[in-house]
Design a protein. Structure first.
Length: 676
């Protein structure tokens, strides 16, 4: 059920030296100081991603972190990846202007395939590459209520691909966004953004929100100031309707459409000398969706929820030439009730149908068959009970999921939480999760390397092409995760959250088996086609530590920090490790100088990426805001203030270049927001 929450902070971040500009007019709600986001509030905030039911974050037996909208705004973040940089244990690396690598607990890549990302429960995970197109998926920051991040497996409730973590972006109830709002931004990297929103009431029991946003981003550069051909534009429209027809029922309807056009550059293989070349092109993506949810209170200790959505996505890529059209229909229901002396049971199930069509008239990338219908049927049950005067909670659960290609998977979990005192909590868990192969891993062939003829590596008279081939026989990757955590309110002004983990992986799809080369003449120029079939022979282990702390230094000043340490030990080919930093740290300061002035900064450290020759770095984002009245806010924002250009994810090594990767540079932003 929807419960209105009190307004929190609405201002954001400032500059140490270089800054951007922002202005907001508030009518329905005043500008909110950091003092309204008390430490007590942060520790008692509710989360739903861990158990699919509202619970205090303090009582969640998982490594969960909640990022409220107010902190996102005050950080100066304008995209979801920028916001996720604020979460301890989440690794975010910008590849170029429109592409990011985002992962949790290792295995980072452009299409990090062990992370489930949802927007209001709608999965934005792409089955084509098992990853997320972050430029396609964005939410206007002021429409976000919070981002819940669970580090660790969540397959028991959320199913396949919730392996290393879950990111759930939850938007605000439309009753909280009444009236009109207009936002205009301009800057050096983000050339311009226009965001319009209108909220209103529908009868006595309903409300709506219509949001429209369009943005344009400048291209970044390569080393030597060469244009990276990666500028991009994005437009979207989103509609949300909330209706409470009775005291027991809540209905939600969401719909939206988006369009993205981005430049691209690739090192493309060729069957003629010089056998590879840098090509530029464009990628166009379009998407629409409709989502509906019905929540009903059945009694004091029982409720049910039914949610369904239809999502259609289309993509047209120049390099390599490919088109993808995908439609997903999803319907899930769940029911919670109490049995006997306090056993809380949540159970449910659902059905998902994915229709995928891919055309790849390209030598370097093939998918055969190009049309596929994937059906997923699942059911889950989770039960929890408290013992010893309600101080210890034990939770057991499992999900059984059948996928039409890979078969049936079981994903169990066991969790224990002990409230040692009201301010000190210890928890531990053991769980399993799986990742099903992507469409490319099942049906694809990728040819990135052409070895010239008459060389030591290829003494034949024909070019030698290494083809990475998928297989329909591949099984799902499996993780067994062991976690332990401690949360405490050490004083009225200081809290800490610590989590440790040890993960074992079986059947990682990181290795290949070489086959016999044959002559292929299908593309005009004959070549030796050397197949390398993906296999399941790689295993591995990761382990690490994550720490988050909050210090209310003064009534008008809050400091939040995070640190993570990660170690990867993979029995896999060279190069599988080292795509995620061993050490990461952030310090965020939210300071209300006066009722109308706010100064906020983010300092972050990211360790080197050994596999990509990407250097570690320290950088600063900052923002200064001014609210001369309850209806106006001005802010100046600067990002990457210490950087004169760095690669965050990609190497320039001659033997393994990353032509997609460009440099992240210092940027400025100016924004005007009017709210009626």
């Amino acid at each position: 059920m929807y419960r209105p929450v009190r307004p929190l902070c609405q201002a954001t971040l400032a500059t140490v030296l270089l800054i951007g500009f922002r202005c907001e007019l508030w009518a329905a709600e005043p500008a909110n100081p950091i003092t309204q986001m008390s430490l007590e509030y942060l520790m008692n905030v509710e989360v739903t991603t861990v158990s699919k039911q509202p619970e205090r974050a303090q009582n969640a037996a998982a490594a969960v972190y909640v990022l409220p909208r107010e902190e996102i705004q005050r950080s100066g973040a304008t995209s979801l990846p920028d916001a996720l940089r604020l979460v301890p244990g989440v690794n975010v690396a910008r590849i170029n202007a429109s592409s990011w690598a985002v992962s949790i607990r290792g295995f980072n890549s452009r299409f990090a395939n062990k992370l489930l990302v949802m927007i209001d429960g709608r999965s934005v995970y792409s089955p084509l590459f098992s990853g997320v197109f972050w430029d396609r998926n964005n939410v206007p920051i002021d429409d976000i209520d919070r981002i819940e991040v669970v580090r660790g497996p969540g397959g028991t409730l959320w199913g396949a691909n919730a392996v290393n973590g879950i990111i759930n972006i939850i938007t605000r109830h439309s009753a909280e966004t009444q009236g009109a709002r207009a936002e205009i931004s301009a800057g050096t990297a983000e050339l311009g953004r226009l965001s319009l929103r209108q909220g209103g009431v529908l009868g006595n029991n309903g409300s709506y929100r219509l949001s429209v946003q369009s943005e344009a981003h400048d291209a970044t550069t390569l080393s030597g100031s060469t244009d990276g051909n990666d500028g991009w534009d994005r437009s979207q429209v989103d509609l949300r309707l909330d209706w409470t027809p009775t005291a027991r029922d809540v209905l939600l309807l969401e719909a939206g459409a988006n369009s993205v056009s981005a430049g691209d550059r690739r090192l493309m293989p060729s069957l003629t000398a010089p056998y590879s070349g840098l090509e530029t092109g464009d990628t166009d993506r379009y998407g629409t969706y409709v989502l509906g949810r019905w929540d009903r209170e059945l009694g004091a200790t029982s409720n049910m929820s039914v949610q369904g959505y239809i999502d259609h996505q289309y993509m047209d890529i120049d390099t390599p030439i490919a088109e993808e059209s995908r439609t997903t229909a999803d319907l899930h229901a769940q029911h919670r009730f109490v049995v006997g002396s306090g056993i809380q049971v949540t159970w449910g199930g659902g059905y998902r149908l994915v229709r995928e069509a891919v055309e790849t008239p390209s030598f370097s990338f093939e998918v055969e068959p190009g049309s596929e219908s994937i059906e997923i049927l699942d059911g889950f049950v989770q039960a929890s009970r408290r013992f010893f005067e309600n101080r210890v909670e034990v939770t057991l659960g499992t999900k059984v999921e059948h996928q039409s290609i890979t078969g049936t998977e079981v994903q169990p979990s066991a969790r224990v939480l002990w409230n040692v005192t009201p301010d000190h909590t210890v928890w531990s868990s053991v769980s399993q999760a799986v990742r099903t192969p992507s469409m490319v891993e099942s049906n694809g062939a990728i040819r990135n390397v052409v070895i010239p003829p008459g060389t030591a590596a290829n003494p034949s008279q024909l070019p030698l092409v290494v083809s990475i081939d998928g297989s329909r026989a591949l099984d799902a990757e499996r993780i067994t995760a062991y976690e332990v955590g401690y949360r405490a309110r050490l004083s009225a002004a200081l809290s800490i959250d610590v989590a440790g983990f040890y993960n074992t992986y079986d059947g990682l799809l990181l290795d290949v088996t070489s086959g016999t080369a044959t002559v292929n003449g299908d593309y005009g120029t004959p070549f030796l086609d050397a197949p390398a079939a993906i296999n399941e022979n790689a295993d591995g282990r990761t382990y690490g530590l994550e720490v988050a702390a909050t210090w209310q230094a003064a009534p008008n000043w809050r400091v939040r920090g995070g640190y993570s340490w990660l170690r990867e030990d993979l029995d896999a080919p060279e190069g599988a490790e080292g795509n995620a930093p061993k050490h990461q740290a952030t310090i965020r300061s939210y300071y209300d100088i006066a009722p109308e002035w706010r100064f906020d900064t983010v300092v972050r450290f990211v360790d080197e990426l050994t596999n990509l020759d990407a250097d570690g770095y320290v950088d600063v984002d900052a923002r200064l805001s001014w609210s001369p009245s309850r209806s106006v806010e001005l802010a100046l924002t600067g990002k990457n203030l210490l950087s004169d250009g760095r690669r965050e994810f990609g190497t320039e090594r001659a033997e393994n270049p990353s032509p997609l990767a460009t440099e992240v540079e210092r940027s400025l932003l100016a924004t005007l927001v009017i709210k009626f």
